[in-house]
Design a protein around this ligand. Sequence first.
Ligand SMILES: Cc1cc2nc3c(=O)[nH]c(=O)nc-3n(C[C@H](O)[C@H](O)[C@H](O)COP(=O)(O)OP(=O)(O)OC[C@H]3O[C@@H](n4cnc5c(N)ncnc54)[C@H](O)[C@@H]3O)c2cc1C
Length: 394
Amino acid sequence: MANREIIIVGGGMVGALSALLLAQHGDTLHLIEKSSVQMPAQDAPFDLRVSAFSAQSKHLLEQAGVWDDIPLERLCAYQGLQTWEKVSQKLVFSSDDIGAEQLGYIAENRWIQAVLWQRLKQLANVHFYENTQVVDITQGLEQDNGKNHQRVTVTLADQQIIKAELLLACDGGNSAVRKHLQMPVTSWDYRQHCLLINITTDCPQQSVTWQEFRETGPCAFLPLAGNNASLVWYHSPQKIKQLQSLTNQQLKQAILTEFPKLDFDFEVHNKGGFPLVRRHAKHYYQGSVVLVGDAAHSINPLAGQGVNLGFKDVQCLVELLTQCSDLPIPELLKRYQCQRRPANLLMQTGMDVFYKVSKSDDPLIRIIRKSFLGVAQQSGQIKNRVMRYAMGIN
Ligand SMILES: Cc1cc2nc3c(=O)[nH]c(=O)nc-3n(C[C@H](O)[C@H](O)[C@H](O)COP(=O)(O)OP(=O)(O)OC[C@H]3O[C@@H](n4cnc5c(N)ncnc54)[C@H](O)[C@@H]3O)c2cc1C
């Protein structure tokens, strides 16, 4: 069993899962997180940041032993996914079509992070550095027992120094580690924001998530546990700013008149706007520092794939580190980049094409788009393959 010394910067969902899987394997982990992570109260109002988790992501969380720690009252399994353009045929995905019990689960990001941290806190081989940040990172050869070893050295804001063989940058889309090492990215602003709106409904809305495409951007519905749901409204930055300035009652009126029709009464509880930015690091590693999750790639959230891709990064990197432990770190990181970068790029590009096509008002593209939805709905096997791919069970 390998016993590496590993630093992880960023204890979000991706960093915490990486830390737990590696610590369970016997490595010594140093987890640096700029905030502090608390277990939310089970009856707290739902947080705005929620994600749809694929079957594969669920499997990884099970493997880490935390899936059953997520309270059932905070977890919503969904069996149907519907998407359509105004007045076009609906494209309907159903778990029944592929003999699965559900297509995925929707949960708050903070609960996934919290259950991972709860387990991490029980392990003696994990050292925590909370409410602090990295101020310097250096890399170089150091002598140990007459042998040269590649080491990465991190200095924290309080001048603590940590040394390790490997550093995982899991510090999100604005990764300070990536910036510090001047690792280049390709990026652009979609010139679109989305408003996340938490509502309570007058009846359970638990089994289907849907998305309507409009020229101004998609409008989506994500069921949450109990009589709760999340609405996602994509629009121009100006429009989102205006919607955000409304009172909850005024926003409800705007939803009733401008959002796709909801078949139930509801109350607005919380809202928050987020800019949509696409980023992809040109290289996933530099020396012994490797980018994982959003630090390496941020994707348009319209297909709910961001953290699922991040978890696939984690799975790939952990497998390489634990199953090919005789290989030197640079070779392991090269393999990680070769496996994950093309896969993430494919998903990012697919989402961009989908996004561009869904917003185009070119008459020809509109006809093709509507025909595509009709053909896709009739396509049986192809539709099921798409569904399996999105669930990570292809
Ligand atoms: C509106 C919206 C909806 C989305 N919906 C979905 C969805 O349905 N399904 C899905 O799969 N994905 C979704 N995503 C994407 C998903 O939220 C991200 O992919 C995911 O949060 C990335 O996790 P991460 O751990 O890599 O980064 P983050 O969640 O950004 O976590 C980074 C962590 O690092 C810490 N940190 C940051 N800087 C530092 C520093 N300098 N030092 C130390 N710590 C630091 C932060 O405090 C945080 O804990 C959505 C994204 C958005 C914006």
